[in-house]
Design a protein around this ligand. Sequence first.
Ligand code: PGA
Length: 230
Amino acid sequence: MKKLFIAGNWKSYKGIAEANAWFDTFGKLYTEKHPSWTNTTVILCPPYTLLPLCKERIEKDRLPLLLGGQDISAFDEGAHTGEINTHQLAELATWSIIGHSERRRDLGETDALLLQKVEKAKSQGLHVIYCVQNEVVEVPPKQVDIIAYEPPWAISAVSGGVAQNPESANRVCEKIVHKYPNIPVIYGGSVTADNVHSFVSQEHIGGVLPGGASLDPEKFFTLIERASSA
Ligand code: PGA
């Protein structure tokens, strides 16, 4: 069976009550069904403010979920107002998304800045999911654990939810795999429980990065089940 990565990106959604409700439902489904997702690594990336709560709920309910941040500071600790540094993130999570297209677009993040972020993340032993928008964008090669290919036009908030055709997403992923052998490439952009199988069954797609579909615990649970049985 193919090894898969699923990274749920909550973006800037949910407060404490909503996150607790998400875990109530997800935990109940997990306890009832007791699925075996042995081939699948599931990483949940909530907003920073929810990481302690998510960590506690995952440990308490013994859920097979890892935690990730959605970004990380390019600076070490110090006078950097508003920044969360890698040491702080590493206390709560083992992964970080770096270079999401929404941050490149809205905050002007550049490749040079993203390289600094990757280096900081690795210095604290964090695993990195590095986002690219196409096969041309360069990836800091030896330091990235997963490459997430996400065409910005396919991201649901931007386009109204039109995923890329799985075969053409596979062709782009194939080019990325050839450029960076040994780094798994996952696809993101309007992935749902209904279309996840068509993506993870592609030869060069090693998982998915759902945003909107990770917000609903039932949809996310179903998405994981369908992917892991692919
Ligand atoms: P989406 O988001 O699944 O809502 O399209 C994916 C992402 O931007 O990471």
